[in-house]
Write a protein that binds this ligand. Structure first.
Ligand SMILES: [Zn+2]
Length: 151
């Protein structure tokens, strides 16, 4: 719930719109009460911003309430999406390796890092040289397959 003074400041921003109830104190109070329904000042302001973005005429209290509600729901859904995935290593996201100034290294902060195959790190850190021969590529593919089946 937002206090009356803050809600009034936000509603006053509609004063330049057509049909703002300049002469009707009660109508303004209803708009302020609607703006007060916001959970926080931030949501109250964002709701009024969204109305002002394209409104030509002053919104009705119901439209203010609706804007407040949809702003609240929009934030709720993005907060849920932003929540970090639980139980992931914060250094390597449980991939087992980190990249330190261009070099792949084993993560030293979690068990996945401890188990990360050294040979795979070597391969990851091998600069792309000249194209290997067919035999070389087959050897690499076999080696890669062995490493991957181990991990
Ligand atoms: Zn880790």
């Amino acid at each position: 719930m937002v206090n009356k003074a803050y809600a009034a400041i936000q509603i006053r921003r509609f004063a330049g719109l057509d049909f703002f109830p300049h002469q009707a104190g009660e109508a303004i109070v209803e708009l302020v009460v609607a703006a007060m329904s916001a959970h926080s000042e931030e949501i109250c302001k964002a709701a009024c911003d969204s109305i002002l973005f394209d409104a030509v005429k002053c919104p009705k209290p119901a439209e203010v309430r609706l804007a407040v509600k949809s702003e609240y729901e929009r934030r709720l859904s993005t907060e849920i999406k932003r929540e970090p995935r639980p139980n992931l290593c914060k250094w390597c996201e449980s991939n087992g390796y980190i990249q330190d100034s261009g070099v792949f290294k084993r993560c030293l902060h979690c068990p996945n890092g401890g188990e990360f195959p050294e040979t795979l790190l070597e391969l990851m850190n091998t600069p792309p040289g000249p194209k290997p021969s067919i035999e070389g590529r087959i050897r690499n593919a076999v080696r890669m397959g062995e490493i991957l089946s181990r991990s």
